[in-house]
Design a protein around this ligand. Structure first.
Ligand code: GDP
Ligand code: MN
Length: 303
């Protein structure tokens, strides 16, 4: 028969459960991308959550580097979406950032300088919000924020995190490197934005001007927060949970209802927090708390 011009969604059928594969729950993977790494794409392809339930969304800056990354990404998307059926994703959206003067490419050292952080993270917030609000669907159950430089995760990342049934959940983001002393492969913590709050950080915040923000991982601003980066313990099980007050966005699984409730990435000082850390605070104010998995590791590219 003729196709109805009205698309109907029965939202009562959209579930958000600890068994998302059995319940055919749609996942939206969102990635802000300044550089394209083949290792990121290869890892994405290896995720064994059914690809026909995964939508991908990307946002890239309009810089020279962003143009190159867009071309490389488009080539891989085309290849995958024309390839074997079981590898193909449900849909792919690629956006270009048309707000903010583009931030010229910064290497790891430069972008981590404290004075560069506020402008950079405000801009990142706008990129994340813009991507989120244009891609979140009525039938999206889960949103996985995954940075473009996360190059290694367990293939079962999505279902493993979802099994915890938490509104916001983050694995521990590490970085592999070669130990210069032993010449042997080693790993070190990378993402310091997953933390539990401290009285010292509260006092720092209380003395700040309204638009000032607290940054984590800087000697100049010792917060004495408890960082999940340092909570990994080989003796413990992989699924040990810790409560968190701040989260990073390198890999972060969110129940879509949290975003639908209005929690986003503040591009301004929100309780002296910004971007993903501000998001955790905003979610908490809406009644959704954050959880971390110190022993469940994902790996960041080493520049
Ligand atoms: P860091 O690892 O915390 O130092 O942050 P990154 O520089 O890796 O940025 C986090 C994520 O945002 C990565 O996926 C980057 O590729 C991406 N990214 C960085 N700068 C921009 C930007 O200006 N626009 C967009 N859309 N993405 C960006
Ligand atoms: Mn990164």
């Amino acid at each position: 028969g003729e196709r109805s011009p009205v698309r109907r969604f029965n939202l009562n059928n959209v579930t958000i459960t600890p068994d998302p594969i059995a319940n055919r729950e749609a996942v939206l993977i969102l990635t802000p991308m300044a550089r394209f790494y083949q290792e990121y794409w290869d890892n994405l392809l290896k995720l064994d959550y059914p690809h026909d339930l995964i939508s991908l969304g990307f946002i890239l800056p309009k810089t020279r580097e962003g143009n190159a990354a867009t071309a490389a990404l488009q080539a891989q998307v085309t290849k995958t979406q024309k390839g074997p059926l079981q590898n193909r994703f449900r849909s792919v959206v690629i956006e270009r950032q048309d707000f903010d003067p583009p931030i010229i490419s910064q290497d790891e050292g430069e972008r981590h300088k404290m004075e560069n952080q506020k402008v950079r993270r405000a801009s990142m917030s706008r990129a994340r919000n813009s991507l989120l609000f244009t891609t979140l669907g009525v039938d999206t159950s889960w949103v996985l924020w995954l940075d473009a430089d996360i190059i290694e995760t367990p293939p079962s990342l999505i279902q493993d995190l979802a099994a915890h049934d938490k509104p916001l959940i983050v694995p521990n983001c590490y970085q592999r490197y070669t130990d210069p002393e032993t010449g042997k492969p080693a790993e070190r913590p990378y993402d310091f934005n997953n933390w539990q709050d401290s009285p010292t950080a509260q006092e720092i915040a209380a003395r700040m001007e309204p638009d000032e923000i607290i940054l984590e991982g800087y000697r100049e601003m010792a917060t004495y927060r408890s960082l999940m980066a340092y909570m990994a313990d080989q003796e413990d099980e992989r699924d040990v949970e810790v409560p968190l007050d701040g989260v990073g966005g390198t890999a972060l699984l969110v129940k879509a209802d949290v975003h639908r409730d209005g929690a986003m990435f503040p591009p301004f000082s929100f309780y002296h927090l910004i971007e993903t850390e501000g998001f955790a605070k905003m979610a908490k104010r809406l009644g959704w708390s954050a959880t971390g998995l110190p022993n469940y590791k994902v790996y960041h590219y080493n520049e």
